[in-house]
Design a protein around this ligand. Structure first.
Ligand code: ZN
Length: 470
């Protein structure tokens, strides 16, 4: 445990999402206290996932956690932290708190299933293979969560105050402002979390932040701009998929993407821009999450609330089936004719989408739509890059399906939108660090910040410690 002393100058350490898009974790040290900003799991490449087993901090020494949002690459290491002795509070918005209940329990279940499978088939180096964390660890983590309203300052630890503002990314997603009040002069750190987009369905727009000494900005799409009309593109993919007479398989995150797809499919149906196809949401988690959306008007835009207010079902297209049961999910394999299956995981790394892909990728009538960012090392990325085959459950599956990508549906701000948010600061921060991006994307955004805004900026280096006070 660090000694608490007034002389400690505040610092920030990059413990994840530096040079990569997952494992979001930033350690703030100030006045002898330690506050973790996000506590995410590394995902994707094996060498990254292995880092989840070697936390580079002492859970018992962390005083509090502030979460930007519930996605597991920002929250999924909370059970590991608690297992490591953390006994502080986890601060987040009300929407995030509700989503964590679903996401952390699901993450624990996946860990337990993986360990069981590894023991059954003997493919782990460890004997017996253990889960990274258990359902019990997840429950302990959930018991530490405290929900806060947007825009209302709250105390994180003595000497550190936080304000959460809408990030527009998924339900409950926030930018995080940390004010370090016991240093002189006080220092302010603002973290973008995952930034969403302006004028998108369901979610309210990102809110601008007026000032900061140090800014952490994500860069998932730091080197790209999104297609201008993803809705027309979606309509075209659906019409063409229907014309081919096969299934349209959409790997989608249970949180955010699934709900946006459901909203858009209903809108397109009502406008007669697509035929009404049977739509199956094959994900118990997505079904739970969809229910949570209606409980958080503080996150929702006027159009969504208007529909809810008129007693409408904003996320219900004409022929919608919610599939909870695993047997009903398998039974979908036998269905023929045009249909749409939305299932997790979003990058086809696991989940029910795998058995649909395994069954239908070899069929030329099938269409696969990848509606968002596909990280390096994932099956989704391989499909997006035109791989002739993919491995699923140990089998080589030939890809004869048509594969379409739809970047414009991303829940992430593109390069122009990231710069739009940064321009909201009324004066240049002393320093800006670019995080949460693959190396090219992060460098490209840093170059743009330097050239267009004239700010001092650097790409965050993993493990580096940087000062927070001037
Ligand atoms: Zn996210």
């Amino acid at each position: 445990m660090t000694a608490r002393g007034a002389g400690d100058s505040p610092s920030l350490q990059f413990l994840g999402a530096a040079g990569t898009v997952t494992g979001s974790k930033f350690l703030v040290r100030s006045g002898g206290r330690q506050v973790l900003l996000d506590c995410g799991l590394f995902q994707g490449l094996r060498e990254l996932r292995l880092r989840n087993w070697e936390p580079r901090f002492d859970g018992a020494a962390i005083d509090a956690v502030v979460l930007s949002h519930a996605h597991v690459d920002h929250s999924g290491a909370l059970p590991v932290l608690v297992k490591g002795g953390f006994r502080g509070r986890v601060h987040c918005t009300a929407g995030t708190a509700d989503l964590l209940e679903v996401l952390l329990r699901d993450a624990a279940k996946l860990q337990e299933e993986e360990a069981r499978a590894a023991n059954r088939y003997g493919y782990s180096k460890h004997d017996p293979a253990l889960p990274l964390f258990t359902t019990e660890d997840a429950e302990h983590a959930l018991s530490r969560v405290v929900a806060h309203a947007y825009e209302k300052p709250f105390a994180v630890v003595p000497g550190v105050t936080a304000v959460l503002r809408r990030a527009g990314h998924i339900l409950g997603a926030a930018t995080v402002e940390l004010r370090l009040t016991d240093v002189s002069p006080p220092a302010t750190l603002v973290f973008s979390g995952d930034l969403g987009r302006w004028d998108r369905p369901i979610m309210r727009d990102p809110e601008l932040v007026a000032g900061a000494d140090v800014v952490l900005v994500e860069s998932t799409y730091g080197d790209r701009t999104h297609a201008t009309n993803p809705v027309e593109e979606l309509a075209r993919v659906v019409r063409e998929a229907a014309g081919r007479g096969g299934a349209l398989l959409i790997p989608a995150f249970a949180v955010g993407r699934t709900q946006e797809l459901l909203w858009l499919l209903r809108e397109l149906e009502e406008a007669d821009r697509i035929p009404s196809l049977p739509v199956f949401v094959d994900s118990p988690m997505a079904i739970d999450v969809t229910g949570i959306y209606g409980r958080h008007p503080e996150d929702l835009d006027a159009a969504f609330k208007g529909r809810l207010g008129r007693g409408g079902a904003p996320l219900r297209c004409r022929d919608l089936t919610l599939v909870r049961d695993a047997a009903a999910s398998k039974a979908l394999n036998a269905r023929t004719g045009p249909l749409i299956v939305i299932a997790g995981s979003g990058m086809a790394t696991g989940g029910r989408i795998l058995h649909h892909l395994k069954m239908r990728l070899p069929d030329t009538r099938t269409t696969v739509l990848l509606p968002g960012f596909q990280a390096e090392g994932t099956r989704g990325r391989a499909l997006a890059e035109g791989a002739p085959s993919v491995r699923i459950h140990g089998q080589v599956i030939p890809v004869r399906a048509r594969v379409a990508t739809l970047d414009g549906l991303s829940a992430h701000a593109d390069r122009n939108e990231l710069l739009r948010w940064l321009r909201g600061f009324e004066r240049p921060p002393r320093m800006t660090y670019v995080v949460h991006g693959e190396p090219h994307a992060a460098r490209s955004l840093a170059d743009a910040v330097r050239a267009q805004l004239g700010w001092a900026v650097a790409v965050a280096e993993d493990d580096a410690v940087v000062p927070l006070a001037g």
